[in-house]
Design a protein around this ligand. Structure first.
Ligand SMILES: [Zn+2]
Length: 245
């Protein structure tokens, strides 16, 4: 039987047999910009493996001020608390980019997780990377100026959507950076004047990737190196049918 390639790199890293076993419980879905997958305090009913979609993790302060602390795309999974023994989300998981994902019901996921060491390995590896991303973001928000942080988030988005054009509204950028609209406008204009991006009504085009990397704070490289440096595990010996798209 021909098994379609997994667009999610975490699934793609699983040995073919493990991936095929998981497929029965995976349901292809479209995640739409603005959809809320979890709210803080809500029970997690599904885990999501993004393909072309992009999901933001937002921490709320005072019940309404939202700040993005994590960004998950084809590199990861939404629903990590489940495998750590918690079925309640601490953060809001908000769809930032419309696209594909595979989802699995929580109970079924836990069953699969318990019986599959390769899946455990991939999920633990990813959890570590996500924790590094979240803690680096805490330091970044405190120490780095808005323009360099904006460049960093644009690079992180660019890496995950694998397209030079994507959509990020002012409101979203405000959440990403924890600043008001005027701060977003100023930072975006500064990057635009340097001809690194073009930005019009929420449509962003990356014009100069290398320039954007030079404009970003060092936090971008720190997290990326951790990501890229992770051991490949059994993926290199996996079946070709599950190679990353
Ligand atoms: Zn930074």
């Amino acid at each position: 039987m021909l098994v379609p390639r997994a667009p999610n790199s975490l699934l793609a890293a699983l040995p073919g047999r493990e991936y095929r076993r998981l497929l029965a419980g995976l349901e292809p879905v479209t995640l739409t910009f603005g959809d809320v997958l979890y709210e803080p305090g809500e029970t997690i009913r599904h885990v999501y493996f993004p393909g072309t979609s992009l999901v933001s993790l937002l921490t709320l302060a005072d019940g309404h001020l939202a700040l993005e602390v994590g960004l998950i795309g084809r590199d990861g999974v939404v629903g990590i608390p489940l495998m750590l023994g918690h079925d309640v989300s601490a953060v809001r998981a908000l769809v930032q980019g419309t696209g594909t994902a595979m989802r699995m019901a929580a109970a079924q996921f836990l069953k699969a997780f318990r019986r599959s060491p390769p899946l455990q390995r991939e999920l633990y590896r990813y959890t570590h990377t996500l924790m590094a991303q979240i803690s680096q973001t805490a330091a970044c928000n405190r120490f780095h100026v808005v323009e360099t942080r904006l460049a960093r988030w644009l690079l992180m988005t660019h890496d995950r959507v694998k397209s030079d054009r994507f959509r990020l509204t002012h409101e979203f950028l405000g959440h990403m950076l924890g600043v008001r609209r005027v701060g977003v406008t100023k930072a975006a204009q500064a990057l635009q004047e340097r001809k690194l991006i073009s930005y019009s009504r929420g449509d962003i085009t990356v014009l100069d990737r290398a320039g954007l990397e030079a404009a970003a704070c060092a936090c971008y490289e720190v997290v990326k190196d951790m990501h890229d440096g992770a051991p490949a595990g059994p993926a290199t010996t996996g079946m070709p049918v599950i190679a990353a798209a």
